[in-house]
Design a binder for this molecule. Structure first.
Ligand code: ZN
Length: 50
């Protein structure tokens, strides 16, 4: 999984999960935090009807 903000691969998985059970990640390069549902290509595909 690459950072959606800076495309870095230096992602750290947090031990905590969200209330819905999604894994959380943090970018060590830019510090951005998100879970597996809030960032990335998958979410984009679902929220952008073609
Ligand atoms: Zn980043």
């Amino acid at each position: 999984m690459d950072c959606v903000a800076c495309s870095s691969a230096a992602m750290t998985e947090r031990p905590q999960r969200t209330a819905r059970g999604y894994r959380r990640f943090r970018c060590r390069d830019c510090g951005k935090q998100y879970n597996e549902r809030s960032g990335g290509v998958l979410n984009h595909a679902q929220t952008r009807p073609t």
